[in-house]
Design a protein around this ligand. Structure first.
Ligand SMILES: [Zn+2]
Length: 610
């Protein structure tokens, strides 16, 4: 547990809280004491009472009393942690460091781990019960049954539902606007609340060390379909099948301590829905018009943002906000960039027919404004995968357009590739989804396809080096680590070169062009890891929404149903509640190939390897 917590915060090593001077002073103190009074030497040499570890607690206290007198507990913890590092005890060092900087949640878990055997029965707090209800999708009745059952067996384990509701209402901002078609909160209010709830997970002592906080968030919008229709009367025609969701995710908390900016917290799972905070939900179809209107309204709110002022532990804190509009897919980016065709590059406006002329494409003028929207790394997976399939179907005649007899060849080859990918890798390729929205080609299929590039290459007959390299690039832009933009650029250029050498007759799709040609620029433009800006969470959120809507909303009226859905989204993404929810599995960087690691900035993954 501590290992995992620790590995997510490599910044802690470089934080100013790590103080070489303190350690030096302690070292010299020890030396001084050792020469003045040989009994106090920490080296056991020649001491009759045996090594330090074997002394009684009382003797240890006596020996260390001098050191304790001169330093604060925090200084001592820092010194201990660093000294353990230098004596090659990274695990112990991590634990000590984690103790000195952890949030109350981490401390509680640590405490539980140590005291597990002696734990006495304790009731779930209202927040813990709320986390349980969210994790298990429990309805009111299910929760009451669970509680009654425990009471019947003599355990007052769960708080009353009334108390849970009280805790839940703490996760709502001041105002929630609701009508039959939509439900929304004010961006400023939800940011204020989120900032406060994040700070609440830290203890006063830690917060006091920091003078100014900044929360970096990503935000965006996405439409989804396939929602259940309920038989409810309403004044106007409502498109219940479609939900358009606007949300944001905090990805990092920075603070200024001793005039240096330090990273206090990084969202360890920025692609998960866990901290995906709702701003607005609308039962409307995702159209160009809707995207334009909503993006316009949202940008206005972002521009008008002011710092959150937070009262906590009888202290005042200021939190400023930095927002990246990066949780968007190609469609939204196209609308924002005001680009007419979906096949034109949103950054340099190259047309499909120009994409394979690398020399010309690299010298095109680029619209720097568009770099800030990131790379849509999840969709890149699907688009790359589909591009390789389209090339594969055409390998017998090597032409972009298939007409006449080539049409037949294409269909035959497509069937063979689909069949073999299904039997060998379990992939269901190019099957339209019911309801006509998209196909069976999803992020997971694409990941599998590139992970097993040798098999994929044999089946599709597309060059295996190209598949391998595209897989490396996709992995890199989907990690939560900082990328070395120069190395990335070099690798991407070579890959683009290989692509046009092998398949000059198939125009590189826009999404691949944007990553191979402009990826390096986007990476150096954005100051946070590309993967942490991914649009993936919002996509997954859509699945969650459907379940929430079915199990957690009143069906009596649309207005109450919409309000319940908003409440559910607010509670399940609340920073205090998320910390209490069960931990999902995570990917460790150790599963990355050396090629992936070579494109990342070293310091960000080294600690994780320990
Ligand atoms: Zn371009």
């Amino acid at each position: 547990m501590i290992d995992r917590v620790y590995s997510k915060y490599p910044e802690w090593f470089s934080a100013p809280l790590f103080r070489k001077d303190v350690i030096d002073v302690i070292d010299s103190k020890i030396q001084e004491n050792a020469s003045a009074n040989p009994q106090i030497t920490l080296q056991s040499k020649g001491r009759p009472s045996g090594p330090y570890e074997s002394l009684t607690d009382r003797s240890k206290r006596r020996i260390t009393s001098d050191i304790r007198k001169d330093f604060t507990p925090d200084q001592l913890l820092d010194a201990t942690s660093t000294s353990l590092w230098t004596s090659h005890e990274p695990k112990k060092a991590k634990i000590v460091k984690a103790v000195s900087l952890s949030s109350p949640n981490t401390l509680r878990k640590l405490d539980n781990a140590i005291l597990r055997k002696e734990t006495t029965m304790a009731q779930y707090s209202a927040e813990e019960a709320l986390a349980l209800i969210i994790d298990l999708y429990l309805g009111i009745e299910a929760y009451r049954t669970l509680r009654q059952g425990a009471l019947h067996h003599g355990f007052d384990l769960y708080p009353s539902y009334h108390e849970v509701l009280k805790a839940k209402s703490q996760t709502y901002p001041l105002n929630i606007f609701v009508n039959e078609m939509e439900c929304s909160v004010r961006l400023q209010e939800i940011l204020d609340l989120t900032a406060k709830r994040i700070l609440m997970t830290y203890e006063e002592d830690i917060l006091k060390k920091v003078s100014k906080f900044t929360i970096v968030s990503k935000y965006g919008m996405d439409g989804s379909t396939g929602y259940s229709k309920y038989k409810q009367r309403s004044e106007e025609e409502i498109d219940e099948d479609n939900l358009f969701l606007i949300s944001f995710i905090p990805i990092r908390l920075e603070g200024v301590s001793e005039e240096k900016t330090i990273v206090i917290w990084t969202n360890p799972r920025p692609s998960s829905t866990r901290l995906c905070r709702p701003i607005k939900l609308l039962f409307k179809k995702e159209t160009t018009e809707l995207i334009k209107v909503e993006a316009g309204l949202l940008e206005k709110e972002v521009d008008a943002l002011t710092d959150s002022s937070i009262r906590l532990y009888d202290l005042n804190f200021r939190v400023s906000h930095k927002m990246f509009f990066s949780m968007i897919d190609g469609k939204v980016m196209q609308v924002i960039g005001n680009i007419k065709s979906s096949q034109v590059c949103v950054i340099c406006q190259a047309k499909p027919t120009e994409m394979n002329d690398l020399n010309r494409v690299q010298n095109r003028e680029i619209n720097h404004e568009m770099l800030k929207y990131g790379l849509s790394p999840l969709h890149a997976y699907i688009r790359f995968y589909e591009c390789i399939l389209l090339i594969s179907y055409r390998l017998d005649f090597k032409k972009w357009r298939a007409s006449g007899d080539n049409r037949r060849k294409l269909e035959e080859e497509k069937k063979r590739v689909q069949r073999e990918l299904r039997t060998e890798l379990g992939l269901i390729v190019d099957i339209p989804c019911p309801g006509g929205s998209g196909t069976s080609n999803d992020g997971n299929s694409a990941r599998r396809f590139f992970d097993e590039y040798e098999i994929s290459s044999r089946i599709t007959r597309v060059d295996s080096t190209l598949l391998k390299r595209l897989g490396v690039i996709l992995k890199v832009i989907n990690t939560n680590f900082e990328i070395d933009s120069e190395k990335f650029n070099q690798y991407a250029q070579e890959t683009a070169q290989l692509y046009v050498e092998k398949y000059p007759w198939f125009y590189m799709p826009k999404s691949m062009h944007q990553i191979l040609i402009h990826g390096g620029d986007v990476i150096s433009y954005l100051l946070v890891p590309i993967g942490s800006l991914s649009e993936e969470a919002q996509e997954t959120r859509n699945k969650d929404n459907k379940r929430l809507r079915i199990y957690h909303t009143r069906k009596t009226s649309r207005i109450s149903g919409n309000e319940d859905l908003m409440h559910g989204l607010l509670a399940s993404s609340d920073p205090c509640i998320v910390g209490l929810r069960k931990e999902p599995k995570t990917n460790k960087s150790s599963s990355f190939s050396s090629e992936v690691l070579s494109l990342l900035k070293e310091y960000t993954w080294q600690d994780e390897e320990l």
